[in-house]
Design a protein around this ligand. Structure first.
Ligand SMILES: Nc1ncnc2c1ncn2[C@@H]1O[C@H](COP(=O)(O)OP(=O)(O)OP(=O)(O)O)[C@@H](O)[C@H]1O
Length: 646
């Protein structure tokens, strides 16, 4: 495709209108140069315009921004928001002048221009067009369809008759009543018991909570209740466990196995609860070279209950495909921490599902039902304005991992609240488990010597040729996390510096080839190898002294592959916070850059902090920490408004 004609067209358009605005000449290339658009956004919309003979600049702007915002994780754009606040690289005047060239001088003009375009259809008159206009929101058609699929599914679940819940079994699972005079929200009610009562009542439920709030413990009790109820009716349940990454699936497997041990039920019931979790890709049947999964509406999954952990990492297309593959009678239980970073790809499904969960509580009749089932008094949490979605949600509010003396717990809470002074107080408070290393005056380089120290035990394990399982354990005790990819403090440079440092210390003979102890993370799914984006492999010789890269399988065993079989991977002594989602480490060092970056948000720092179980070190200056704490990620979609009316 020759785009130059289209560019000429755009120039001509701009010229045609230049009498109206002699100061501006609209050109999408300029927006690409400023970083507002990617090449693909501009080319996509220019191709469309050429095919459809669409000449209105305002339609092209909407299309290009729709594509660009999708690349940044948004499901749609909102014309009303853009009209007030265009992308920060473009001044309001320039933006409105560009739209003015398409005769658009208000948000309603802009909507009208889109309605008149053959590239756009409306939600009430869906046609085969690349874009859909809904109110003031504009979607790429496919993403509108994904969102509708999720909404249709949810609405259907709200209309489904409630399941019976046996309160005697619930009481058996949660034997101790809360004896406390403390009437604060997190102490007055056993939210874990509420979560089980809630989720057992409905075919769809979400249990959200921060680290160590007992999500796995709770959901294991929920599965036990479901198994016990169906055993009483002689109907065995087919239960599947899944998570978005291999690492998260392995963690879920381990946590469920641990939590099962303390269930107050007989061995038959425990045995009916599976421990083995798979990745979502594996569950849905990822096929090499195909974007479509093996399981979908025409070939649904063979299960009665599906539990998905770490749902904050699940993007909208994946959620839509998952829902599409569920048999109509199946229960879906979603677990996750709503405050973590949203998925790398578009959408923030968990965030949208739970956006008002902190304060909305339950509809009064639902609070009554929960009171009856649990024996706790939920009436104070009845809220006549709570929307239907609240029935399906429970927020676990007490962390059993981080007690009152835990700096990590305090820091995570302060970060989540966006309370910058509290975050800085916490960093300075000399907690045993939190360390703060602000940059020295004039510092421009990463302090690799101090950062690398955390890997001493790992290198000792490599030197002694410890079994791969021990090596894996040693490796996952410590992790350096970076906020950014590029630059001196970015993941690529930090990994290169670490490898050089290890080489200089004699740990590595040659950092340019595969060496014992090399740690890599896959950057792409490889269904043919049964490996997934984010899987970590450690290089060690096999019995015949051939170097292999060892990957942990969901069942805890290890597969060793010849390095030549791996195509897309990166060294992983440091990883980005984004890639660390779904993993936890004993010790974490989080490295912030020296200068501001739009990726520095409270969600990123919260996610980094909560990856640490026992020790957390923050490398970063107070100004950047303050700004990041007060910066929140926003992702546009229609889910939030449809579910919560926001
Ligand atoms: N009600 C409770 N009373 C006491 N301890 C609990 C309770 N619930 C959970 N725990 C303990 O707290 C720890 C964390 O529980 P669990 O692993 O279920 O939390 P989680 O939210 O799944 O954690 P993660 O953030 O790792 O996913 C476990 O040791 C568990 O035994």
């Amino acid at each position: 495709m020759d785009f130059s004609n289209q560019l000429d067209l755009l120039d001509a358009l701009a010229d045609e209108h230049s009498h109206k605005s002699s100061t501006s000449k609209f050109d999408l290339r300029k927006w690409q140069e400023k970083g507002v658009l990617r090449a693909i956004d501009r080319q996509w919309v220019e191709q469309l315009a050429q095919h459809a003979d669409e000449k209105n600049t305002a339609v092209l702007v909407a299309g290009a921004l729709c594509s660009a915002y999708l690349g940044a994780g948004h499901i749609c754009i909102d014309l009303a928001t853009l009209w007030r606040a265009p992308p920060q690289e473009i001044s309001l005047d320039t933006f409105r002048q560009a739209l003015g060239q398409g005769q658009v001088n208000s948000v309603s003009d802009w909507c009208r221009a889109l309605q008149a375009s053959s590239l756009v259809c409306s939600a009430s008159d869906l046609r085969d067009t690349p874009m859909v206009l809904v109110g003031t929101r504009v979607y790429l058609y496919r993403y509108f369809a994904y969102e509708q699929q999720v909404l249709t599914y949810l609405r259907k679940q709200f209309d489904t008759p409630l399941f019976d819940v046996k309160s005697d079994l619930l009481a058996q699972l949660f034997p101790s009543t809360l004896i406390t005079d403390d009437k604060t929200i997190d102490k007055a009610v056993d939210w874990q018991k509420v979560a089980v009562a809630n989720a057992a009542s409905l075919p769809f439920s979400v249990i959200s909570g921060g680290p160590g709030t007992g999500k796995t413990t709770t959901v294991t009790k929920l599965l036990a209740l479901l198994v016990a109820q169906s055993a009483a009716q002689d109907r065995p349940l087919r239960i599947e466990l899944a998570a978005p990454t291999g690492k998260a699936a392995a963690r879920l497997t381990e946590s469920i196995a641990n939590a099962k041990a303390s269930l107050p039920f007989n061995d038959d019931i425990k045995a009916a609860i599976p421990e083995q979790a798979s990745t979502l890709h594996r569950l849905l049947g990822s096929e090499f070279g195909r974007s479509r999964f093996k399981h979908h509406r025409q070939n649904p999954l063979h299960l009665d209950v599906l539990l998905v952990d770490e749902v904050s990492m699940v993007d909208l297309p994946m959620m839509a495909k998952l829902i599409d593959a569920l048999p109509p009678h199946a229960r879906l239980i979603l677990l996750g921490d709503k405050d973590q970073l949203a998925s790398v790809e578009a959408g923030s499904v968990l965030g949208d599902l739970t956006s008002g969960i902190e304060t909305a509580y339950f509809q009064p009749d639902w609070a009554q039902r929960l009171s009856n089932l649990t024996g706790d008094n939920l009436q104070p949490f009845g809220n006549p304005t709570a929307p239907s979605i609240t029935r399906a949600l429970t927020l676990l509010r007490t962390s059993y991992r981080f007690n009152e003396n835990s700096g990590i717990g305090h820091l995570a809470r302060a970060m989540n609240a966006g309370d910058a002074p509290a975050v800085l107080r916490c960093l300075k408070a000399n907690y045993q488990d939190v360390q703060w290393c602000p940059p020295e005056e004039g510092q421009t380089k990463v302090d690799i010597t101090r950062l690398a120290k955390g890997y001493d035990d790992y290198w000792e394990a490599v030197r002694h040729k410890r079994p791969i399982a021990d090596l894996y354990q040693a490796f996952s005790r410590y992790q350096i996390l970076t906020a950014v990819r590029q630059g001196e403090f970015g993941v690529e440079k930090v990994n290169a510096q670490l490898e050089l440092y290890f080489y200089q210390r004699g740990r590595i003979k040659d950092p340019h080839v595969w060496y014992p102890g090399k740690a890599v993370m896959l950057t792409r799914n490889d269904a043919s190898l049964g490996l997934f984006n984010g899987d970590i492999g450690l290089c060690m010789p096999d019995e015949s002294q051939r170097l292999r890269v060892w990957f942990m399988q969901p069942d805890g065993s290890f597969t060793g592959l010849l390095p030549s079989r791996l195509s897309e991977y990166e060294v992983v002594f440091a990883m980005t916070v984004h890639k660390s989602q779904g993993s936890e480490f004993d010790q974490v060092a989080l490295l912030l850059p020296l200068s501001p970056s739009p990726v520095l948000t409270k969600e990123l720092l919260y996610t980094g902090i909560t990856r640490a179980k026992f020790a957390f070190t923050l490398w970063g200056g107070s100004h950047l920490i303050r700004v990041a704490t007060q910066t929140q990620i926003e992702r546009y979609s229609g889910l939030n408004e449809a579910l919560w009316g926001n």
